[in-house]
Ligand binder design. Structure first.
Ligand code: HAM
Length: 451
């Protein structure tokens, strides 16, 4: 026989398989998101994982790390052949894996005309994987999961405060209490006042050019504000004394920011005004915010962040609608919850286990299990085989041991004696009490326990 070569594959670096307790936690996050966001009128949206590359270039900004260094291109087989032969691809054919959810969601809101009844703002939330080609480390992956919200269609500072409160409310619901969190907020100004600030920062960087890193210098022209994000220690020190946005804000931006702060004060939310907070994406205007956790994470301590993007819809869509949103990182939240000891390790969930002690019992159990599931009980039977022989029946002791491992609350026992009497034993696995019931009565018996 010809020998075939075998391959054992591992997942790509910086990705993870979500299993067991991670899946349970992800489902809890989705439930909490639904609970917290729908209370404020947000609806779920799903947008494609691939979008046109230029959506992100225009929306997020070509000078950002996310776009210039971390974006994955998605090239179809046909287009790959074109690239190999030196043919240029049209911009419609250049696709990318989404590095974040805002650009796609804003595109979808504009494209589908999703503003609400009577021009109420469009409010949507999303949950799913994002992709950034970063160097993997604790809390930093190449494929990671975000949950985020986007509001499009209102300038109101009340919606900025709502976004911050909503994110904190979400963290609280999943078990990350405010006492371990730090909230930083800032205003990035608007198209009226930001150009003067940008110029001042650019001049400042140029005056310090001999000490700044090459990346900051390269970006000094295209987007000098990115220097506030630079991780280089010397650059960070220099940027500590850079011009302060709050000295440049126009009256409207000042008033807007004051209202946001007063609403947070009125809700007893503690925050720091951090005039260096510019966030890593170019679409922000006015309010920006970031929440960091002080346990469970190393340098990647930001578990959520967001801000206003009043010009994004004009940049990538055909509407001029101001907006605000945020996103939180699932993996980083999971690390925090793990450190807090708040991740439920019990992966098994079973209400009723049916132990079959003879082969005839299998048919009865098959039918009964389906009836119990109709009534809403998670019902399992012994699905193991012994070395390929599924026909083998394990002892009652072995089956009850399995029921315990599955954390089943009840066990139903059906053997030859029970079949002869058309009965089954029902065992309460906690109190260890037994009751014998006619097989036809069992569904109603459990229904009664539920009501
Ligand atoms: P972001 O700050 O880039 O914002 O990401 C939001 C959150 O996603 C971060 O706080 C972090 O928890 C998580 N995250 C980001 N990158 C990674 C990574 N490589 N590995 C693991 N987790 C990560 C945005 O994405 C904006 N779209 C937020 C927004 C929505 N702004 C307005 N609307």
């Amino acid at each position: 026989m010809k020998e075939t070569s075998r391959a054992v594959f591992k997942r790509p670096e910086g990705t993870a398989d979500l299993l067991g307790k991670d899946i349970a936690l992800w489902q809890k996050f989705l439930k909490c998101a639904d609970g917290v966001f729908t209370l404020r009128g947000y609806k779920r949206i799903e947008t494609p994982i691939i979008e046109r590359e230029d959506l992100f270039k225009r929306g997020i900004g070509e000078a950002t790390d996310v776009v210039s260094k971390e974006m994955y291109s998605a090239i179809s087989g046909g287009n790959l052949s074109k690239i190999k032969t030196g043919e240029n691809l049209s911009s419609r054919s250049k696709l990318a894996l989404r590095p974040e959810g805002t650009a796609g969601t804003v595109r979808a809101i504009c494209e589908n005309g999703l503003t609400e009844v009577d021009s109420m703002p469009a409010k949507y939330y999303y949950a799913g994987p994002m992709f950034r080609a970063e160097r993997p480390q604790k809390g930093r992956q190449r494929q990671f999961y975000q949950i985020g919200t986007e509001m499009l269609g209102s300038n109101s500072p009340y919606l900025d405060a709502e976004a911050v409160l909503m994110l904190l409310d979400f963290f609280n619901r999943v078990g990350i209490e405010s006492s371990i969190l730090t909230l930083d907020i800032n205003s990035m100004g608007c198209e009226e006042c930001r150009p003067a600030f940008r110029e001042a920062v650019k001049e400042y960087i140029e005056n310090n050019s001999e000490h700044m890193c090459d990346t900051c210098m390269e970006r000094a022209n295209a987007n000098p504000l990115r220097a506030f994000d630079c991780k280089n220690e010397t650059c960070a020190k220099i940027m500590d004394s850079a011009p302060n946005i709050h000295d440049y804000l126009c009256d409207d931006c000042k008033e807007h920011f004051e209202i946001v702060k007063s609403l947070l004060d009125a809700s007893n939310i503690k925050y720091n005004v951090n005039n260096k907070l510019v966030r890593g994406l170019d679409y922000y205007t006015r309010t920006v915010f970031e929440i960091t956790a002080n346990i469970g994470l190393g340098s990647q301590s930001a578990i959520g962040g967001g801000g206003r993007y009043d010009k994004l819809s004009l940049e990538i869509g055909d509407k001029n609608l101001p907006g605000i949103g945020f996103a939180l990182g699932f993996e980083r939240c999971a690390l925090v919850l793990d450190e807090l000891g708040k991740i439920d390790d019990s992966q098994e969930s079973c209400d009723i286990f049916i132990a079959c002690l003879c082969s005839d019992a299998r048919n009865i159990a098959f039918e009964l299990a389906n009836k119990l599931r109709e009534t809403g009980f998670i019902t399992r039977t012994d699905e193991r085989d012994t070395e390929g022989r599924w026909q083998n029946i394990k002892s009652l002791k072995a089956q009850l041991k399995l029921a315990n491992k599955l954390q089943s609350r009840y066990a139903i026992i059906i053997g030859e004696d029970e079949i002869a009497e058309n009965k089954a034993q029902i065992k309460d696995m906690i109190s260890h009490s037994d009751v014998a019931l006619s097989i036809n009565e069992i569904q109603n018996y459990f229904k009664g326990l539920k009501d």
